[in-house]
Design a protein around this ligand. Structure first.
Ligand code: NAD
Ligand code: MG
Length: 398
């Protein structure tokens, strides 16, 4: 039986992962579950899946959970503190790690899983954005395999030829005749796709989090609305698929039925289609190269009827260009971009920053930071991350 650690099990991806795992009790066992503050949900998950460990970031939440579990006769051991995340991501007994913590907080544990040679199911795109070269190096040196969970990257992975899939996972040599010409990375355009620029100043967090096609955590929902999500995904794809921004075309596809495409040198384009349900990429990542039931309904292609495509509006949504520039600048620039964005999104969610200022804060933070041209250690990334957070918070207060 394959032992799985689910980092961020109480979040949107975490819950969907446990839904898929729960459908295959013969195939998957749960080694550890982790959460930040939602102790109630974590307790329910522990009772249902009986993991060996549960990790909770704060001491007092951990004590509370341990008491509740003991009272319910559950033998799950509770670990307190962020170090516990790395411990359960790299433990010898673990085969696969679902990296589904949101933001920079997920980097150390995602990286620990890669270094320990696990099958890393990567949802935590910020980890790869912040530390792309170090992360990919850890995958290779640790002998890990990397399976994309982000729906677009999972779709691209599904459309790649088998040797190229092997290479994504850190093993396998470049083989002639793969024939990939470029990647078409699709995105819905978010809830404000058709909103005029001046209306973007007054949109509320609630409107921003109401994504037309996907039900996701708050941070990624706001990122989808600013299109920073597509920017982060562009960087994610460059690292994962070993290519540059020029090899990737961003396509707005409002129906979210095609999840991305790969074009070949003979002119063929392969697309992956399906209902917008994260259990599909999660099941594919878990079972690859096999396929398992994900509980996802058949796509009604007749009811879908139309598939529309348009170019992204980079005037109204400047985040896309910011992300592209940060990737090209390299070094600490993507980490600064990601950190400033996290701070700005949080401020917007707290109603302390207008929606259309999120991209400004990211641009100003990047502009006023000393970008280091190359990085050789994680400390340099964390240092850039901290500076960017302080600077972004200061810019928001002004
Ligand atoms: P979410 O907000 O629903 O859940 C986040 C999880 O991380 C929760 O379990 C929370 O307890 C945990 N967490 C938050 N802060 C933490 C901290 N400081 N320390 C430890 N744990 C912490 O987010 P989500 O939508 O599930 O997204 C998770 C990741 O997956 C993000 O990186 C997101 O970009 C990516 N992703 C999500 C979706 C989606 O459909 N939700 C799709 C593609 C990619
Ligand atoms: Mg995505």
């Amino acid at each position: 039986m394959e032992q799985v650690t689910v980092l961020g099990s109480t979040g949107s991806i975490g819950v969907n992962t446990l839904d898929v795992i729960g459908r295959h009790p013969q195939r998957y066992g749960v080694y550890a579950l982790t959460a930040n503050t939602n102790i109630e949900k974590l307790q329910q998950q522990c009772l249902q899946f009986q993991p060996q460990y549960a990790v909770v970031v704060s001491e007092h939440h951990a004590r509370e959970l341990a008491q509740q579990l003991a009272a319910a006769g559950c033998s799950t051991e509770v670990i307190a503190g962020a170090q516990g995340l790395e411990q359960v991501a790299s433990a010898t007994a673990v085969d696969s790690v679902m990296a589904a913590i949101v933001g920079a907080a997920g980097l150390p544990a995602s990286l620990a899983a890669a270094q320990a040679g696990k099958k890393v199911l990567l949802a935590n795109k910020e980890a790869l954005v912040m530390a792309g070269p170090l992360f990919m190096q850890a995958v290779q040196q640790g002998g890990a395999s990397l399976l994309p969970i982000d729906s677009e990257h999972n779709a691209i992975f599904q459309c790649l030829p088998a040797p190229r899939q092997q290479r994504v996972g850190g093993s396998g040599e470049h083989s002639a005749g793969e024939g990939v010409r470029r990647i078409l990375l699709t995105g819905s355009g978010g809830p404000f796709r058709e909103l005029p620029a001046d209306a973007l100043a007054t949109v509320t967090p609630q409107q921003a989090c109401a994504h037309p096609n996907w039900d996701m955590g708050q941070k990624i929902s706001v990122d989808s609305a600013t299109m920073m999500n597509k920017g982060l995904e562009l960087i994610e794809a460059c690292w994962m698929f070993d290519c540059g921004p020029d090899d990737i075309q961003i396509v707005v596809h409002p129906q979210s039925v095609i999840h991305s495409m790969v074009e070949y040198v003979d002119g063929s384009i392969l697309a992956q289609l399906g209902n917008p349900d994260m259990r599909t990429p999660i099941a594919y990542g878990l079972a690859w190269p096999e396929r398992i039931d994900a509980g996802v309904a058949s796509l009604d292609i007749i009811a879908t009827a139309r598939l529309d495509f348009e170019a992204p509006d980079e005037q109204r949504f400047p985040s896309l260009a910011l992300a592209r520039q940060a990737f090209l600048a390299g070094g600490t620039a993507p980490a600064i971009l990601s950190a400033a964005n996290e701070v700005a999104v949080e401020a917007f969610l707290q109603s302390a920053l207008p929606f259309n200022r999120i991209a400004d804060i990211v641009a100003e933070t990047l502009g006023q930071s000393d970008v280091q041209a190359s990085v050789s250690s994680l400390d340099e990334i964390y240092c850039a991350d901290q500076h960017a957070r302080t600077l972004a918070a200061e810019l928001i207060r002004r």
